[in-house]
Design a binder for this molecule. Structure first.
Ligand code: PLP
Length: 387
């Protein structure tokens, strides 16, 4: 049996047919009817006025910041608990990422720390024109507080919702929070175009600016006039066709991810020291990835030990994101930390969560987990084993 992946693509005959039809239509370019239709379907789904389909979530973050004029000299607070793409995109603009640590329950950007970070930066005379909170593992960040704090401080909010399409916070869908938001359609996300992204906003000028920058900043002149440095960041029409098909299946895919989380929750329910991460209040999450948090004090088998058992059975697992302030490449950037992300990095383990997992794969994962956790419960702890 092939290795069981954390979050493999979930594609069917529907996607294959959609791509073939786009191919046959002759629109084999980063524009065409499927791109337009995908953009309006996503805008409708999320309730945004504008959507721009792009080559990746990273390019959407990059252009979203550029559209607001973010650049050298600016400081952009962001979550330290994230994938590197968020911080990478901030550095592409020449701005400085400022890493903000996490709420212990959710792992999301801690709003109180954000407020302190912005105050501190303002006292130092720094410009803080934007904040980029991240929706961790498919749960929306605490936008109710973050947007209020950011706006009061004169900063706009670009929501990195790469992982959270289909999630809801305070009755508002992911992608609708903040002044603008981005999604990723990478192969491992809730839905995929194999690679792709989307920028969403209600600000028509910002959306037009993103569209312009994404198409090499061509001015409307037959000879290609250019006033700005542009990028080649648009999504292929073939991939947009796949996106439309995936979006029609999104709710079903989220339901299957949720069922996986429920299965993990049942398995660890009786295991002291092991919990499903972000379990409390997860009814509106899209359950993109389910992780366990393993308390090393309470267990003979820690997260790394559990990971080794799963690997031996051909099952992929991975620690939660290594915090950005601990990454060698970002070590020189400022941060406001409280130890929470470090702790989650040590104790968290992400489990296979994809909607394309087969029943046989789920049975193997569950049986391996049950065995590993039962053995762990039976194993004497160090103090007890000592003479
Ligand atoms: C996947 C991801 C991205 C990047 O998206 P790509 O489409 O791979 O460029 C950005 N931010 C977060 C939080 C992600 O998980």
């Amino acid at each position: 049996m092939a290795r069981i992946l954390l979050s493999g693509p979930d594609v069917t005959e529907l996607e294959r047919t959609a791509v073939a039809e786009a191919f046959d239509s002759g629109w084999i370019a980063p524009l065409g009817p499927a791109v337009d239709a995908f953009e309006s379907a996503m805008a409708d789904r999320v309730g945004r006025r504008c959507a721009v389909a792009l080559a990746s979530g990273t390019s959407a973050l990059h252009l979203g910041l550029l559209a607001w004029g973010i650049g050298p000299g600016d400081v952009v607070p962001t979550s330290t608990m994230t994938f590197a793409a968020t911080a990478n995109a901030i550095t592409y603009t020449g701005a400085t990422p400022y890493f903000v640590d996490s709420d212990p329950e959710t792992g999301q950007m801690d709003p109180d720390l954000l407020a302190r970070a912005i105050d501190r930066l303002h006292v130092e005379g720094r410009r803080v024109p934007a904040v980029v909170p991240v929706d961790l593992l498919g749960r929306c960040a605490d936008y109710t507080r973050i947007v209020e704090i950011a706006h009061r401080a004169g900063a706009r909010v670009l929501a990195d919702s790469a992982e959270s399409l289909g999630a809801v916070h305070a009755g508002i869908p992911a992608g609708k929070h903040g002044d603008a938001a981005i999604f990723s359609f990478n192969g491992n996300k809730v839905m995929t175009t194999s690679g792709g992204g989307m920028y969403l906003t209600d600000d028509e000028d910002a959306a037009a600016r993103v569209r312009h920058l994404a198409t090499q900043a061509r001015e409307p002149a037959v000879h290609y006039e250019h006033r700005d440095i542009g990028y080649n960041y648009r999504l292929s029409n073939l991939l947009a066709a796949m996106g439309i098909a995936q979006l029609s299946r999104l709710d079903g895919m989220v339901e299957r991810r949720r069922a996986r989380r429920e299965a993990y929750a049942r398995i660890v329910a009786e295991m002291p020291g092991v919990e499903v991460f972000q379990r409390v209040g997860d009814a509106d999450d899209n359950c993109w990835l389910t992780a366990l948090v393993v308390d090393p004090e309470a267990t003979a088998l820690d997260a790394a030990g559990l990971s080794a058992v799963l690997t031996a059975a051909g099952i992929e697992s991975r620690p939660l994101w290594k915090p950005m302030h601990r990454q060698p490449v970002f070590a020189g950037f400022p941060a406001l930390v409280n130890g929470v992300s470090e702790g989650l990095f040590r104790t968290g383990l992400t489990l296979p969560s994809g909607s394309a997992l087969t029943e046989a794969e789920c049975r193997l994962i569950d049986a391996t987990l049950v065995d590993a956790l039962a053995e762990r419960a039976a194993a004497p702890r160090w103090e007890e084993a000592a003479p």
